[in-house]
Each structure stands twice: as structure tokens, then as C-alpha cells.
Write a protein of this length. Sequence first.
Length: 411
Amino acid sequence: MTADSSTKTANAQLSPAPTHYWLFVVFIAIIGAFSSLVNDMYLPTIPSMMKEFHTTPSMTQMGISMAMIGMGLGSVLWGSASDRYGRKPVLIVSLVIFVISTALSLFSTTITFFIVCRLFQGLGAGGAMVLSTSIPADVYMGRQLAKLMAIIGAINGVAPALGPVVGGFMADSVGWKGIFVVLLVIGLIMTFWTTRYSETLPPQRRLQARSLEDYMKAYRSLFLNRRFMIYVTIKAVAIGLLYAYIASAPFLIQTHYGFDAMTFGLIFGGNAIAMSIGSSLALKFKVMKQGMVVGCVGMFIFAVAEAFVMWHEAPFLYYELCAVPMLLFSGMIFSSANTLSMEVGRDEAGTASAILSVVKYVFAAVVSPLVGLGNMFHSAAIAFVAVTSVSLILAWFAYRMPALSDMVRSK
């Protein structure tokens, strides 16, 4: 369903807007930030975890990859289930799984047990992530949805910004276990908060699926939608770049450049703020698709520059000067591609959000361990150029698609 051809129909199908808008924004922003919370807070402790578990950098980074795989699987499971059974019960169940797996991870004595816990932690967090995009699509559309996505994107920039900062302060005193206690408390709070919210997908609007074939039809319809899949894949490759950066940054900044865990948190946090700024800048474009295309071009240019810097192991200043604009342009992609994808997939918002999530987490799960192979400067540089080249090609196809059927115009 496109923004221009379905405005009247979609308006009739929207659920009532929440009474307290800003509380709703904060709620959606927090559940949307679960991927950042799950990974970013404990990033400063990864080098020390490698020593604690007597393992390798690549094996330690598997904790990130397994969480991404879990989020991808969870997105498929929870997205379709929410279209059938409603958003609220599905979100509660997924958060309970997150809470239990986070609690169990505190008892890890081996890297293998920790990685398994991370898989289920990601599975639970996947429900929060997928519903953070489908719930807004239940109550808003068009430019209103774009504004909400941009606001949430900006707020979510605070999560990866504050996560490593908080983790850096906690790393030396309480280590990764103390950080996971904080995640456990956040999960418990959000589980209770969810019980206080009203359902946004009433029974009459739910997917009347009686068999696996019915679910597969919904997925097939969206997978065969060229426009939808271009937007989804552009978002996914931008996420792939982000996690190539996330997986390599602790080792490059702390181990090679010599910064301590707290300083790393401040650096990483400042870079994450650039992403939130980029998310807001996407709204400055009269046509949302233009913001996405500009984001792809800018991200590619600075990713290539960053790859050149890393390949030659240049001083940290050059590394940082390329990282900031690279992440800013990726932030433009996050909010614009999210909005455009959900506009196209509005009829099955849960399934559309599931595809959006699972594809991006597949990219993230594949890219994260690859940057730990061999010389990390070189492997990360190759990953940066490879994923942004894909985004540039897809941006060209998106640019050439008829604008009238997919733009989200400002009022």
C-alpha cells in the first residue's frame, strides 16, 4: 500500500491516537532502543570479557552476532504473531523471555553459555524491536508517521550514546554482570509498563490466519513487492555498516589507539549522537525518499574515506573525522527507510516490521564476526566499502522509481 493511493483507506483503519503523546513516544523509543541496549551498554567490557572467558576476539564478538540472530528470529515470530493475536500480549511475552534470559546470563561461566543466553536475549528483544515500528503504524500514517519515526530515531540516538558511556563508567567497578543487571531492571520496568497500555490492533483488523500457509502468503506478498524490499534492504545494509563499526570500534579505539573504557564510551556516545541528528535531518527533505538517497550517497563517500584511513592505520583524529559524518548519513537512512517501508507494508504492519527487522539483523549477524578476522583494520575497511556499495546501487534503483507512488510529502 502506498502513501498517495491509500490515504483515505488507511485513515479509516487507524486506531485512536494515544492520549498522552509524549509518554507514548518515550515508550516506543525505549522498546525501539532494545537492540542498542542489548549490545551497546556492554561494548566497553568486550576486551575484558575476552580475557575473563579465555577466548578470542571473534568468539567474543559472537555474543553480538547471536543477539542479532535472536532478534531476527524473534522479529519473524513476534511480527506475524502480533498481526494475529494483537500487539500487547505478544510484546509482554517477548519481554518476559528477555528478562529470563538476561537473568540467566548473569550465571555464565563459559563463553558458550553466555552466547546461548545472548541468543534468547535477542529473541526477546526482537519482539520489542518489531513492535516499535508496527505499533506506530497502527495509529499514524504519512507525514505524522514520519515525524514520529524521526523523533524516535533522535531519541534512540541517545541510547547508543549513553549506553557505552554508562557501560564505560561501570566497566571497571561492576563489569559486564553489573551492566546486565541494569538491562534486567529495564526489561522488568518495560514489561510492567506494557501491561498499562491499550491494544492498538483491535480484533477486526487482525490477520485471520488459520494455517502456516496463510502466514506465508502475507510474507510472500511483501517479499515480492519490489519497492518494499528495496527500502528494507537499504535499511539493512545501513545497519550492516553500523554493526561493522560497533564490532570493530572497541578493539580499534581501546586496544590500538589506547583509550580506556570510559573514554571509549564518550567517543562512541558522541558518534551515536551524530546518528540521531541524521535521523532528524531526514525530515528536512520535502520528499522522504530523497533523504534516503542522499543518506546512501553520503554514507558511501565517508565509508570509503574511513576505509582508506583504517587500511593505512592513520591517527585517531582522521578515523573520527570520517566516522562522524558516516554515521550521520546512516541516521538519515534509518528514519527514512523505516517510514517508507511501513507505508508500503501498512496492511500487514507486523509482518512488514518483521521482514524489516530480520533482514537487517541477518546483515548485522553476518558482518559483525567478519570484522574480527585477520587484521581488524583491513577486515573492517573491506566490510565498510562492501555494504555501502550495495546501498549505493539500491539507492539508484530507489531514485528511479516513480516518486508519486512512494513519497511522504510535508504539509
